[in-house]
Design a protein around this ligand. Structure first.
Ligand SMILES: *Cc1c(COP(=O)(O)O)cnc(C)c1O
Ligand code: SF4
Length: 362
């Protein structure tokens, strides 16, 4: 099966206008299984199907366990809710001083600028609002958010998030960046976007020129599997780094059946570093409704992490974290390295499993 690529394939607007939203259009790319067909029929009302033709073209046409398919196409198991599953596990709506802003930590705030994404990831934490046009932030809400940032001097960083903040037009993005840059206590601007992975053509020269003007911009993108590190994505990152002077980092979610092995994560992290992207976080999957089939036991996550730290170059290793249900914030999930603390010394286990005693400095 090979799809003829439209002459506008490389245009991000074409990709969004031709977003795959039903079984019929998906079948131009892959052979759907019975499970996928029923799941698409039943899951749509809970969380929309939405896939760019670009992302669909990375799918294995026959293997239903393809890591790209698993991220974007529902399975029936997604309809099962487990006792702990929640609408808003991170209590993002609770820590909301003004509509569209979650201010949980003292020095930084998350600003949801859009409910749209190029691809709707089945494991999304914000399924409660992402993909739903209702409640999409409007211009008045942007103004109240900006007012809140202006008067809250403890805020040093604004994180543009969503949905995907790069779904906005260049004019809107530029306006937002320029307003933020004018606030004296804002030290840095960060953008969380999955577009370099799901819609790399969105990273246009014009967009990069805007980023360059508002240097420094930090971007955290979201690659989960080496298969996503395509030439298109690689070129998008190159544009961000070279033309936009953007510092690009990556957060992955640890996902069962997709990337829950040291080998896959090692490949991914090396690949990212070779593209100019610094692995930042590896997230434990949140307790959102309909994602429990993706969750990897924390014990297994720690074992995987132990296979990265020390064995792999330190710059390739992200920090494994859980975002605490209830809104407690992120905490590192670390394997036990400290074996024993004595009066004047501590004993540690290194990455090979050998023991070393060092002075504890007392
Ligand atoms: C994850 C998150 C941040 C960013 O946290 P960092 O550890 O700085 O990356 C900020 N605000 C909220 C509400 C978050 O969930
Ligand atoms: S890109 Fe992010 S916000 Fe959008 S569906 Fe995927 S995980 Fe959710």
């Amino acid at each position: 099966m090979s799809v003829r690529k439209d002459k506008d394939w490389g245009n991000w607007k074409w990709q969004l206008q031709n977003k795959i939203r039903n079984k019929e259009s998906l079948e131009a790319y892959i052979v759907l299984s019975n499970d996928e067909i029923s799941a698409i029929d039943q899951a749509d009302s809970l969380f929309e199907l939405g896939i760019t033709p670009y992302y669909a073209s990375l799918m294995d046409p026959r293997n239903t366990e393809c890591p790209i398919r698993l991220q974007a196409i529902p399975k029936l198991i997604e309809l099962q809710t487990n006792e702990r599953d929640q609408q808003d596990p991170l209590a993002e709506e609770k820590y909301m001083p003004v509509k569209g802003v979650t201010h949980r930590y003292p020095d930084r705030a998350l600003w949801y600028l859009s409910h749209n994404c190029a691809v709707y990831c089945r494991f999304c934490t914000r399924k409660r609002k992402v993909s739903k046009p209702l409640g999409t932030p409007n211009r008045n809400e942007w103004d109240s958010a900006l007012d809140y940032f202006r008067k809250t001097e403890a805020i040093r960083e604004i994180i543009l998030s969503g949905g995907d903040p790069l779904s906005l037009s260049e004019d809107h993005l530029e306006w937002i960046l320029s307003e933020l840059k004018r606030i004296p206590h804002i030290n840095q601007i960060r953008i969380h976007s999955r577009h370099p992975v799901t819609l790399p053509m969105r990273i246009t020269d014009t967009l990069c020129e805007i980023f360059n003007k508002y240097f420094p911009i930090y971007m955290v993108t979201h690659f989960n599997h080496p298969k996503e590190c395509t030439t298109e994505s690689e070129q998008a990152i190159l544009r961000l780094v070279k033309q936009g002077a953007v510092s690009v980092m990556n957060q992955s979610v640890l996902l069962k059946g997709i990337n829950d092995s040291p080998e896959i994560l090692q490949n991914l992290n090396y690949k990212l570093i070779s593209m100019g992207v610094k692995p930042y976080y590896l997230h434990q999957c949140d307790e959102t409704f309909g994602v429990s089939h993706f969750r990897v036991p924390i014990q297994k996550g720690k074992e995987i992490y132990q296979n990265l730290r020390g064995k792999q170059s330190g710059i390739t290793v992200p920090l494994y974290v859980a975002d605490l249900t209830g809104g407690g914030g992120k905490v590192p999930l670390l394997p036990e390295y400290e074996v024993e603390t004595k009066e004047f010394t501590n004993i540690y286990r290194n990455y090979k499993g050998d023991y070393y005693e060092i002075s504890n400095g007392i």
